[in-house]
Design a protein around this ligand. Structure first.
Ligand code: GDP
Ligand code: IMO
Ligand code: MG
Length: 428
């Protein structure tokens, strides 16, 4: 196996960072191919916690880390994250971190637009992270974006910035918000440019070389398939394609570079932000999961909504993502529950449905049909062998495998790097 792609199979925060870091023990290269600093990953290594947003999670092991062109890059956020790692004694140099020349930039006016539009949406808000992600992707597709390589050419930068600010200021004015001047924006760009440009590298050429040398590459997805702009709960999604098909586009490699495709899912479900969530719990079980699972967003600190495992939703992810296997995370959070439920279908206006519908109003009306399985009273925390899990936990895992149609290749039983069970050999 010379590459593995890791993507979230629910609504994010499944524990992708932990698995990327764990798999990175054997990897040579870790590549981010979409998203931006809306992502938030917490890794725990020997009791020490590391938080990442924009940096690929392989950085903690000092692996070559690539930020591909599919990522929208906030230069200041990247510099702050690098400084934070310096404080934790991890030094990030251009030898380790390489950023694509054609990464679209997130500028202060993108952030202002994102936040102003969310305020204007009122109770229809998406619940974005407010970091300018959506407006930056819009500008990329509208051919208005300023890309990292534009910082090398003052002539290009000059007219590109005119076009960008013309558009942003028109919108900001109509939203009753303050405008951005070219002078201030240029000053900001020049300040960050000298610090960011040393990390710029010819990524397609490097990737071709790594592939030729048979290096082991990890493609690290951010967000998750249910937040994908095409296949998620649109419009309550992020603005990028989060599905594994994005790996080639977002890193300048071909469509066959992704290797084994591993979806990451919690043993239950969470969501942060607005939007449909059929198995959401509003009772004591939901509170139990939230409290035991420490379900608060890494980026915004918002409490995550919690619910039972939804096999239809994960099966949708298996289908649109072409997943080969699943990592089941946070199994330990279910310890102590007498009964555990899994959604195996939905009732929609009196009919039974076994797929996730794309229309929003239907998504909102879905009523889960549950199968109830016995829980377990023993602790699974830190168990490192599948055979040592309580019998009821093993049955729960087997039932999920049968429902989603792919094997559970990894099981995670604590936030710690090493508390991870590999039940399908991904190295062969
Ligand atoms: P990501 O965005 O998918 O990387 O996930 P986050 O880091 O945002 O959220 C996952 C949280 O769960 C983090 O705080 C992890 O440290 C934690 N975590 C990961 N795996 C496990 C696990 O198996 N058990 C428990 N209890 N916590 C876990
Ligand atoms: P990781 O990589 C969970 C959600 C936001 C909001 C929607 C759109 O840590 O799993 P955006 O700022 O992207 O325009 O917000 O997407 N969202 C996430 N939810 N985990 C994430 O990343 C997310 N990134 C964005 O809460 O609902
Ligand atoms: Mg997260």
């Amino acid at each position: 196996m010379s590459s593995i792609t890791i993507v979230g199979a629910q609504w994010g925060d499944e524990g992708k960072g932990k698995i990327v870091d764990w798999l990175a023990s054997k990897a040579d290269i870790v590549v981010r191919f979409q998203g931006g600093h809306n992502a938030g990953h917490t890794l725990v290594v020997e009791g020490k916690s590391y938080k990442l947003s924009l940096l690929p999670s392989g950085i903690v092991r000092q692996k070559t880390s690539i930020i591909g062109n599919g990522v929208v890059l906030d230069p200041q956020a990247l510099l702050k994250e690098i400084a934070r790692f310096r404080d934790q004694n991890i030094h990030i140099t251009p030898e380790i971190l390489k950023v694509a020349e054609n990464c679209p930039l997130i500028l202060p006016s993108h952030v202002a637009l994102d936040q102003a539009r969310e305020r204007a949406r009122g109770d229809k808000k998406i619940g974005t992270t407010g970091r300018g992600i959506g407006p930056a992707y819009e500008d990329k597709v509208a051919r208005r974006a300023i890309r990292l390589c534009d910082l090398l050419e003052s002539k290009t930068l000059n007219w590109r910035l005119d076009e960008l600010l013309f558009h942003h200021n028109a919108l900001l004015t109509s939203l009753g918000e303050k405008n951005f001047t070219k002078e201030d924006t240029l000053r900001y760009i020049n300040e960050v440019a000298t610090q960011i440009l040393p990390f710029m590298a010819p990524i397609p050429e490097l990737m071709a070389q790594y592939i030729h040398e048979n290096k082991f590459i990890l493609f690290e997805g951010a967000q998750a398939i249910m937040l994908d702009v095409d296949h998620g709960t649109y419009p309550f999604v992020t603005s990028s394609n989060t599905v594994p098909s994005q790996t080639g586009i977002g890193s300048g490699t071909g469509p066959r570079s992704g290797g084994y495709i591993l979806g990451i899912a919690k043993a239950y479900t969470t969501r942060v932000g607005e939007g449909p969530f059929p198995t959401e719990l509003f009772d004591e079980d939901g509170q139990y999961l939230g409290k035991k699972g420490c379900e608060f967003g890494t980026v915004t600190g918002r409490p995550r909504r919690c619910g039972w495992f939804d096999s239809i939703l994960v099966k949708h992810a298996v289908q649109v993502g072409g997943l080969d296997g699943l990592a089941l995370m946070k199994l330990d959070v279910l310890d102590g529950l007498t009964e555990i439920k899994i959604a195996t279908g939905y009732e929609l206006d009196g009919a039974v449905l076994h797929r996730f519908p794309y229309n929003l109003e239907a998504q909102k009306r879905l009523k889960p049909i549950y199968e109830t399985l016995p829980g377990w009273s023993e602790s699974t925390y830190g168990i490192r062998l599948r055979s040592e899990l309580p019998v009821a936990a093993q049955r729960y895992i087997e039932r999920i495998e049968a429902l989603i149609g792919v094997p559970i290749s990894i099981i995670s039983t604590s936030p710690e790097r090493e508390d991870t069970i590999m039940s399908v050999n991904l190295w062969s």
